[in-house]
Structure formats: structure tokens, C-alpha cells
Design a protein around this ligand. Structure first.
Ligand code: AMP
Length: 205
């Protein structure tokens, strides 16, 4: 009998264009746990023209962060869904200290602390290059050159403080995000492999 007892709760932290989405999708498939991207959730609401979508559209178009209370509510609901029982990968949340504190409190409530926060480090030049290339293929309304630069500034201003927040909690793991996706994936797998697993070795491994 195979017992899948692994609980893997991860945050992917990194600037826009650092490869969070790519790595989150891979991890989701590998560990069969959901990747939860607040950007995707918000874009879907905008597309569907829901009241929430109408409310946040202008923020997304300008590359500004949507209000904390809104995204915190989204995550609170999402983490109560049964598919997160064995773990989750948060991609693009938290993005402010207030969001991080709300997540800390929520996870205390749920009795499931984060296993690690993977910080994908990529320099500004590489980000600009990647995002302008992405703009040619995906037609996201916020992948315009002026908005791209602003989103990086927003990251440095509002999200980079989370690096220290999680370093203080000894959760932070640095990953060189300038490498190829395959090498980034290998570095992430090394980190996950090194995490203490209180449930013991997995069956067959
Ligand atoms: P992303 O797809 O992660 O690059 O997010 C796209 C946009 O969605 C961001 O520029 C913000 O406008 C909004 N967004 C996504 N996640 C958050 C969050 N955690 N807090 C506030 N706004 C967010």
C-alpha cells in the first residue's frame, strides 16, 4: 500500500519574469499539489467581468498591486479547498509584508507552517529582456515596456522586504533564477530534498 503522507507547503518568491510560473507548474505536476497564482486568479476575474475583476482591472493594467485585503481573502478561501490538503505552491502571493503576516496567521490557524520560501533571484537586465520577449507571445496587458519596468520597481519596493521577513523565520532558500529552467528546477529539487520530512522517508524512496 502506498501512503502519500508528504505535506509540502511552498512559496515561490521572485520578481516578475523570474520563472515562478514555470517552476510552480512543474512542481504542481511532480508533487500533485495545486499551484496557486494570485495573478492568474485575478486575470480570470477580469476576463470574466466579475465585480472583483472590475474592481482590480485598473491595478493590473497599471502594474500596481491589488488591495491586500482582496488577495488575502482569495488565498484564505483557496487554502480551505480540499485539493490543498497535501500541500500547495503559492506563486505571486504574498507580495507585501501585510500579506505575509496574514499568511503567517492563517497557517498558524491551519496548523501547517510553510516548509520553505524559494526566492528566485534574477537581475533587472535579464528580467527586462525576458518580459519584453514574453510580451510578444502572450499579449498580457501588463507586459508593455513601461508597465514592465514599473512592476519590477513595485517588486523591489513592496515585495523585496519579504526576503528579510522569511530569512528571519529561517524559511528562505535562494535559487539562482538566471540559469536555464532545467537548472533552476534541479536547484529547487535539491532544496526540497533537503527539507526535513517529519513523516520519514517516502515509500520506495
Ligand atoms: P503576476 O501574474 O503574478 O505577475 O500578477 C499580475 C498582477 O496581478 C500584478 O501586477 C498585480 O496587479 C496583481 N497581483 C497578483 N498577485 C498579487 C498579490 N499577491 N497582491 C496584489 N496584487 C497582486
Amino acid at each position: 500500500m502506498q501512503v502519500l503522507s508528504v505535506l509540502l507547503d511552498l512559496v515561490l518568491l521572485g520578481p516578475p519574469g523570474s520563472g515562478k510560473g514555470t517552476q510552480a507548474a512543474r512542481l504542481a505536476e511532480k508533487y500533485r499539489i495545486p499551484a496557486i497564482a494570485t495573478g492568474d486568479i485575478l486575470r480570470a476575474q477580469v476576463e470574466a467581468g466579475t465585480p472583483l475583476g472590475v474592481q482590480v482591472k485598473a491595478y493590473l493594467d497599471r502594474g500596481e498591486l491589488a488591495p491586500d485585503s482582496l488577495v488575502i481573502d482569495i488565498i484564505r478561501h483557496r487554502l480551505s479547498e480540499p485539493d490543498t490538503r497535501r500541500g500547495f505552491i503559492l506563486d505571486g502571493f504574498p507580495r507585501t509584508v501585510r500579506q505575509a503576516e496574514a499568511l503567517d496567521a492563517l497557517l498558524v490557524e491551519l496548523g501547517r507552517p510553510l516548509d520553505a520560501v524559494l526566492y528566485l533571484q534574477v537581475d533587472r537586465e535579464s528580467l527586462l529582456e525576458r518580459l519584453s520577449h514574453r510580451a510578444e507571445v502572450d499579449q498580457r496587458s501588463d507586459d508593455r515596456p513601461d508597465v514592465i519596468a514599473h512592476r519590477i520597481d513595485v517588486f523591489l519596493d513592496q515585495t523585496a522586504p519579504l526576503i528579510d521577513h522569511y530569512r528571519r523565520q529561517s524559511k528562505l532558500r535562494l535559487i539562482d533564477g538566471t540559469q536555464s529552467p532545467e537548472l533552476v528546477a534541479a536547484a529547487i529539487d535539491d532544496v526540497i530534498g533537503s527539507l526535513a520530512d517529519p513523516t520519514g522517508p517516502s515509500p520506495g524512496g
